[in-house]
Design a protein around this ligand. Sequence first.
Ligand code: GLY
Length: 562
Amino acid sequence: MKNLLPGIFVVSVSISMAAASAVAGERPQKAAIASASPLATEAGMEILEAGGNAFDAAVAVSATLGVTEPYGSGIGGGGFWLLHRAHDGFKVMVDGREVAPAAATRDMYLDEDGEPVPRLSVDGPLAAGIPGAPAGWVHLATKYGRLPLSVSLAPAIRLARDGFPATHHMVRNLAYKKELMNRWPAAAEVFYRDGEPPREGELIVQPDLARTLTLLAEQGIDGFYRGDVARKLVEGTRAAGGIWTLDDLASYRVKEREPVVGHYRGTRIVSAPPPSSGGVLIVNALNILAGFELPAMKETTQKHLVIEAMRRAYRDRAEFLGDPDFVDVPMDRLLHPFYAAGQRAGIRMDKATPSDTLPGVVRQVMAGGTQTTHFSVLDREGNRVGGTMSINFWFGSGFMPPGTGVLLNNEMDDFSVKPGVPNGYELVGGDANEIAPGKRMLSSMTPTFLESEDGLAILGTPGGSRIISMVLLGSLARIHDGASATEMVALPRYHHQYLPDAVFFEEQALDGEVRGALESMGHVLRASGRNYGNLQAITWDYETGRIDAAADPRAEGLGLER
Ligand code: GLY
C-alpha cells in the first residue's frame, strides 16, 4: 500500500491559497442554472433577467420546484442553500431544515413493546417536521437578495395559479403514490381526477398553494408562520392526528452555518455542515483517498479504494452526526487528515474490509429518502448557490392540511426512530440523531462547491443516503479528470454505505472484468436494478471561459447558460 501521508499537508496548504486567489475577482461571461424542472430553471433565469442576483434566483428556483416537482420538495419541507457571495468571497449555508414539533418525543414512533410502528414516521401528519423552506426563502431574499419576494416568488405563484402540464415523471410518481395521496381529500383534489392520476400534459392547478405563496410574498415570514395559513396548518394537522401547535410555527428559525471545507489534489471542497452529514463524509472520504495516487491506479484498484473510503466515512455517520445545536459533533477530529490516516491504515489493497470488522461497529441508521431535489445557480457577478431541498420520500407524508395547498414533508423519518439499540460490541447507534423537540433531523443533502485554480463546480443531487456517494463520485471525476457538468451528471454510479455491507451499482458503473475483480477481493455486489439520482451541476473553466450547466440525463431537468 502506498503511504503518501507526509504529502497531505503540503498539498492542502498550497491549494487552499491558490484556489482562493483564482476565484476572487473572476466574473463569468454567462449566468447558469441547472435544476430538475425546466420550468424552475426558466423561473430562475426570469428573475436574473429582472435584475435579481443568484440568491433571488435561488428563491425562484426552489419555490418553483415545489410547485412543479411536488414529489421532491416544496413549501411544506425544508432545505439547505450553500451560498458564495462574489464581492467579498463570503460563504455560508442557510439551514432551512425542518425541526421536530415541541410535543415530539424520542419514542413517539414506537409501540408499547418498544418496536417501531410501521409507517407511523412516514405517512400522514405525525410524520411531518415544522417546515423550513418558506423561512429560508424569506431569509435569502431579505438578507442576500436584491428583489422583493413579490418578484422572486412570482413565477411559482403564476405556475401554481394557472397550472402547468403534468410531465411523464409527475404522472408516474402520482400513480406510484395513489393509495397514500387519496387518503386525504385536499391533496387528492389537487393531484388526482376521481382518484386517478392525470394524463401527461393535463394541467395541474394549485389555487390554495398560489394563495399561500402570495401571502408569503406579501407578508414575509408572518404570511406562513402566523395568521391564517398557520391556523389552517395547525387545525388541519391536529384534526388528522398530528401534534403541531401555533407556537411550533411561530418559533421556527432559519440558521446560518459555516460550511465544511476540505482540500484534495488542488481543489477546495466547500460543502454542507451538520445537520447535514454530507460535507463531513465527503471531506473525510477525500482525506482518506488523498493518501493514494488514485489517478495512476488501474480501474479496479481505484474503485476498491473509493468503496473502502465510502465504507469508513459512512461508518461514522450514525455514531457522531446529528443537529449541532443539540449534540457535540467532533468536527475537528472527523475532518482531520490524521484521523483519515488512521482509517486509511486499515485498508488492504487486495481485500475488502468486512464492515463488521471495523472498530466500534454501530447500527447504521440511514436517511432513506429517495426523493429530494437539487439546483445550482451562478450569476454573472460570480455569486453562486447550491440548493438541496426535500420533503423526504415521494410527496412527503402525502398529507395536505385543507385550504393551504401545503403538502407536508415526512422528514421526521430522518431521525433515528429507535436509537440506542446495542449491537454485538455493546455500542449504540443513532443517539446523536434521536428525536427531541425543536431538533433538526440529520440529513444527507450535500450541496457542494469545488474550487481550484482552473475552475469551479457547483453540484448536488437527491437520493437519500446515496446523495453523498454521488457527490463524491462527481467530485472525483471533476478533480481527477476535469469533468464538465455534462460529464459529471451522466457518470455511472456505485455506492457503499458501511451497512448493508454491499456495493450497490448502476449497470454501467462496473464492467464484467471489474465486477469479477472486486468480487474476488471479497466485495459483495448488488446491481441497483435501476438508475438512480438526479444530479444538477454547473462548471466554469477559467482558461476557456466555458460555462456548462447540466441536468442529469436520468430525469427531466434542464441546464441553461445565458
Ligand atoms: N430527506 C433526505 C435528507 O435530508 O437526507
